[in-house]
Design a binder for this molecule. Structure first.
Ligand code: HEC
Ligand code: HEC
Ligand code: HEC
Ligand code: HEC
Length: 488
């Protein structure tokens, strides 16, 4: 190291003197040069004794002075450090350390969930990282500016299929999503589909008016007022935002053929903190404060307790059946309180078509055996309200006075009708083979009993329920459903 320094210093000094000598000799030569004198004649060309053009001379001089200034300012000769005190390390390329992990872990550890996201959105490095990850993983479908395209939703417009709270967005990225709209061309006739197309295409134009066909077939997913259901990604049909096209032809095509739209899952490809920074980035694109942030208190699973969101298949189910299994969307049965084997069996009945319901057939068509077992074990593990002892009023002979109560607890031997309680349990609380009826939605119970009569529902072991329903009158079905739904 030292010897190369000495060698380069010696060479520098030698070159210095050579340069001085060259300049001096050229300077002298230019004075005596005569541009008219020919000093050589070769192959018809004369070489004249003209002086070097002044420009070259000046340039050479400037370079020489520049070199001297450089030697004075920067380390160049031996251990000379130069007047500006520069060292090599000053210019070494230092990658800016984007340590989002630090930022995110810090925010999570020190704050409540609610504060965490407000903080992360203000953290430029986190947003910058989120944007970079978005460019690499998401922009192909959602566009570089996240405004989406045909079939791929816009992520900056606050019209959410699955909800815009931080948890919703994180869950979407973690699990992916699968929006399933059933096909209606086999279920409804052409006139019905035309009526629905016309109805849906007008929904964004005026005050909401209900429609019987829509109520019966579409409202279970899109909502009674067509505002959509976030849990299952059924879009709002009243706001003139169309994922699959806005013309009547587009709308009709979706209704006839249904839709199966998939957003891939990223839990295997990205780390938790990468997904959190993506979530922060997407939130930061919403130019106004998130009104949804208030929702965080209710669902605190991701950040503070560091738990995973529900598996994708369950995330869809709870959109209608509720995370507590107690229902939510009207007409949707409570699943809490049903036993694992019963739930699993019903899922298979939907798949086989023995139990017909467009919504549930759509939901179950692509479930794997594992998915069905998972759903059955999840929903059967949820608590359902306890039922208190029931003491119906009885006559002197021990016959229950109220005819509805009598059917449930004693049956009617005249019609060879066993009591509902013989199978469904003393308090209709259910058991592994027979579903709980107590507290179930009355609309749902009534629909099931009529479905058995019309053959829409079948597949029950030994046609037990079909035989029961055959012997009941319409009025009995209605009053039984009301009574059972009120048992607490
Ligand atoms: C099982 C739930 C379900 C039912 C029942 C259902 N839909 Fe849908 N619908 C969806 C989902 C989910 C989507 C969004 C599909 C996607 O992810 O792209 C959708 C999308 C649509 C769209 C496209 C909206 C857009 O933005 O382009 C129309 C139109 C539509 N549904 C109309 C209907 C009508 C009319 C009915 C009743 C005949 C109906 N749907 C019943 C779940 C349902
Ligand atoms: C292969 C295409 C594709 C890629 C890649 C993709 N998405 Fe999606 N994304 C979709 C589709 C399709 C939907 C709509 C799903 C549905 O209709 O059920 C969607 C839905 C979403 C939603 C829900 C929108 C709403 O309105 O609720 C979010 C949030 C989202 N994507 C974020 C991302 C992020 C972040 C990435 C990158 C990590 C990403 N997506 C990558 C196709 C994609
Ligand atoms: C769009 C709303 C919706 C979604 C999403 C949904 N369901 Fe359902 N579910 C219903 C409706 C409506 C019924 C009643 C069907 C009928 O009338 O036969 C039902 C019935 C059921 C039943 C039968 C209950 C009983 O008492 O016999 C089970 C089990 C069930 N669903 C499980 C699931 C599972 C598992 C998922 C997720 C894969 C799911 N559901 C998703 C609306 C939904
Ligand atoms: C002989 C036994 C038996 C009797 C008696 C019986 N049930 Fe059932 N019930 C069943 C079975 C089995 C099922 C499950 C059917 C299946 O697996 O699809 C069922 C299911 C039901 C369901 C559907 C529940 C759900 O969650 O979808 C209703 C409603 C119902 N029974 C009402 C009644 C009423 C009301 C009575 C009395 C009038 C009654 N049952 C008497 C055996 C019985």
């Amino acid at each position: 190291m030292e010897s190369t320094k000495i060698l380069s210093s010696v060479l520098s000094i030698i070159f210095f003197f050579i340069m001085v000598a060259v300049i001096y000799s050229q300077f002298k030569k230019n004075k005596t040069a005569d541009s008219n004198k020919t000093i050589e004649h070769f192959d018809g060309i004369d070489e004249k004794d003209a002086p070097i053009p002044k420009v070259f001379f000046a340039a050479y001089l400037i370079a020489f002075i520049g070199a001297i200034v450089y030697v004075l300012l920067y380390p160049s000769l031996a251990s000379w450090k130069g007047f500006v005190g520069w060292t090599q390390a000053d210019d070494a390329y230092v990658a800016k350390s984007v340590d989002i992990n630090n930022d995110i872990n810090g925010a999570i550890n020190a704050h409540t969930d609610e504060e965490t996201f407000t903080l992360l959105q203000k953290e430029p490095l986190v947003i910058q990282e989120g944007k970079a990850i978005f460019g690499d993983n998401c922009s192909a479908c959602h566009g570089l500016d996240a405004t989406g395209q045909h079939n791929y939703p816009n992520l900056v417009d606050k019209d959410w299929l699955y909800g815009g709270s931080p948890q919703d967005i994180y869950t979407t990225i973690y699990n992916g999503r699968h929006g399933k709209m059933p096909a209606w061309k086999e279920v409804l006739n052409g006139d019905d589909i035309d009526e629905l197309t016309q109805y849906v295409s007008q929904l964004n134009k005026g005050p909401f008016e209900s429609n019987d066909l829509f109520d019966a077939n579409c409202s279970s997913c899109h909502g009674k007022d067509a505002q959509g259901t976030h849990g299952i990604g059924a879009p709002n049909l009243t706001n003139n935002i169309w994922l699959h096209g806005s013309t009547k032809d587009d709308i009709k095509r979706v209704i006839e053929n249904g839709m199966s739209n998939t957003m891939p899952a990223f839990s295997e490809r990205l780390t938790r903190n990468q997904m959190l920074s993506l979530t922060s980035y997407i939130l930061s694109l919403q130019n106004e404060p998130q009104e949804n942030i208030g929702l965080m208190q209710a669902k605190t699973y991701i950040f503070s307790r560091n738990e995973k969101p529900l598996p994708a298949v369950l995330a869809t189910c709870v959109g209608c059946h509720g995370a507590d299994g107690l229902g939510g969307v009207p007409g949707t049965p409570k699943l809490a309180g049903l036993k694992e084997a019963y739930i699993y069996n019903q899922l298979n009945l939907f798949v086989s078509g023995l139990r017909q319901n467009t919504t549930m057939q759509g939901m179950t068509a692509n479930l794997s055996v594992e998915d069905k077992l998972l759903a059955a074990s999840y929903f059967s593990s949820l608590d359902s309200p306890d039922i208190s002892e029931i003491f119906p009023d009885k006559s002197a002979e021990g016959l229950i006075k109220d005819p509805t109560e009598r059917l449930i607890f004693q049956g009617d031997w005249q019609r060879a009708l066993p009591a509902c309680a013989t199978c469904h349990g003393q308090k209709t609380e259910g058991n592994p083979s027979f579903p709980r009826l107590a507290g179930q939605s009355s609309d749902y119970l009534e629909k099931q009993l009529f479905d058995w009569r019309t053959g829409v529902r079948s597949g029950d072991q030994g046609q037990m329920m079909q035989n029961v329903v055959r012997k009941l009158t319409d009025d009995e079905i209605k009053s039984l459903s009301k009574y059972l739904s009120k048992i607490k």
